[in-house]
Design a protein around this ligand. Structure first.
Ligand code: 4AD
Ligand code: MG
Length: 447
């Protein structure tokens, strides 16, 4: 028999009735006696292969019987339509004619039974093979390409920003120090300051890369290393920034719904809430958000619950407040004009109420909290100099940033979207650790 051509499981529907070759790993093997079912995954999909003793060479059938989970194999056989066949895409099975063992597998630690989260996180290098993790990471890749494609189509240019920087872009309390040949440097918390330089060259830019924050809090929303995509636009107001964001987010959610119905079903994501994600998104001011929280608190009998939501005007929101506000809306909600005190140094104050700033956070529904943060930036040299002098880092580190305000400094705005928070929200994950291939958290830097 001539060797049939190699195909990917994802393309199996196009090969109905044909002889094909598949290669991959055994996810499970069941059956006994004359008949064995091998669930094969090749990275692109999962298909059930049926090994019948009378259709195979005796030695190769014995191989099928002995296959253990994660053994690597090659299978040649016929693609048959069977509506009930499990798998991804599903609906097809392969009648095995030839079987080759490429590499055997030791007893695999991750089995279909329940495992504790730490057990799985310790074995993340293997856990990524599991269907649920595989589905999430595929959706993550689509979210990245949907974000980038949309911005590229809107005339934004990708301009990369450095990871090693001399200055803090956000709070100095979460900086990761590195020894730069005896000088102090930090891992980037954001690419924003460089974006602000790049807009004067390219108009509309974005950067996308890993960012680092030494967050000492252990929450389900915080990573120490996370990926952020940050658009920055010259001549852009806060209102225009919100409009851009709602179109951007709606496109990303729509793309995932369109491309990943199967993955979303596999991870058990109810998509009704996602189908509502369309512009316009509701917009409320920080003032109104605080009023809403006060009104809500007044209706709560449980003292502990009340305490959790308690907030004074001027304070920042924590997760409980963000969740409570977002619960009042069906779509992500913009909260704008936060107190200047609780936000980053570069945010433009309101002309008539400088204690508030022209910032905007986007709070996701279903308790996922802040997924984007952005603002209008200070474009006045004197004001930005004053703010930089309050950061407490050597002024030289910011000289170049300040100099931008001397040459055609225009009103400009931008935002950053956290990739992992977005993945967690779209996939409906209980914790951010599953939204990234190898999570970095307070108690974890391995594998
Ligand atoms: O609100 P942040 O800190 O904003 C900035 O860094 C700005 N420089 C962005 C800009 O305007 N260009 O962070 C932006 C987003 C948050 O909304 C959140 O989604 C995510 O980054 N984020 C985190 N995600 C995971 N773990 C963390 N520790 C995060 N901190 C922020
Ligand atoms: Mg923020």
């Amino acid at each position: 028999m001539a060797t049939p051509s190699l195909i990917r499981i994802a393309d199996i529907a196009a090969h109905e009735g044909e002889q094909v070759l598949l290669q991959g790993w055994v996810q499970a093997r069941t059956g006994k006696g004359r008949l064995h079912f091998i669930r094969l995954r090749d990275g692109s999909g999962i298909v059930q292969c049926v090994a019948f003793r009378h259709e195979m060479d005796e030695e190769e059938f014995a191989l099928a019987r002995g296959l253990t989970q994660e053994a690597a194999i090659r299978v040649a056989g016929e693609v048959r339509r069977d509506e009930r066949a499990p798998g991804l895409p599903g609906g097809y099975e392969v009648g095995v004619q030839r079987l080759e063992l490429v590499a055997a597998a030791d007893e695999y630690p991750i089995t279909p039974k329940e495992h504790g989260v730490e057990f799985l996180m310790d074995r993340r290098h293997l856990w990524v093979r599991s269907s649920r993790q595989w589905a999430i990471l595929r959706i993550r890749a689509t979210i990245v390409s949907a974000m980038r494609n949309w911005l590229d189509d809107q005339g934004f240019l990708l301009v990369d920003t450095p990871i090693i920087t001399p200055a803090a872009g956000e709070e100095t309390t979460t900086l990761f120090d590195i020894d730069y040949f005896g000088e102090q440097a930090f891992l980037a918390q954001t690419g924003q300051l460089y974006n602000e330089a790049n807009i004067a060259a390219f108009g509309k830019v974005y950067c996308f890369g890993p960012t680092f924050r030494a967050e000492k809090s252990r929450t389900r929303r915080h990573l120490l290393e996370f990926w952020m995509l940050e658009p920055e636009i010259a001549f852009c107001s806060l209102e225009e920034l919100m409009e851009l964001q709602e179109r951007f987010i709606s496109h990303v959610v729509g793309t995932v719904l369109e491309k990943h119905a199967q993955e979303l079903a596999l991870i058990g994501r109810d998509t009704t809430a996602l189908e509502r994600i369309r512009p316009p998104f509701p917009r409320i001011s920080y003032d109104e958000a605080v009023e809403r929280l006060h009104a809500l608190t007044a209706t709560i009998d449980d003292a502990e619950q009340r305490e959790l939501l308690a907030i004074e005007h001027g304070e920042d929101f924590g997760s409980p407040q963000e969740t409570a506000i977002a619960e009042q809306f069906e779509r992500p909600v913009f909260v704008y004009h936060y107190p200047t005190e609780v936000k980053a140094f570069y945010m433009e104050p309101l002309a008539d109420r400088p204690e508030l700033c022209r910032s905007v956070d986007l709070l996701a529904p279903e308790g996922y909290g802040e997924i984007t943060g952005g603002s209008e930036r200070i474009h006045d040299l004197n004001l930005i100099e004053e703010r930089v002098s309050q950061i407490g880092l050597p002024r030289e580190a910011y000289d170049w940033y300040l100099e931008l305000r001397k040459f055609g400094s225009v009103p400009h705005s931008g935002f950053g979207i956290g990739l992992e928070r977005t993945v967690a929200w779209i996939c409906g994950l209980p914790h951010i650790r599953e939204s990234v291939p190898y999570a970095r958290m307070l108690n974890r830097k391995s594998p």
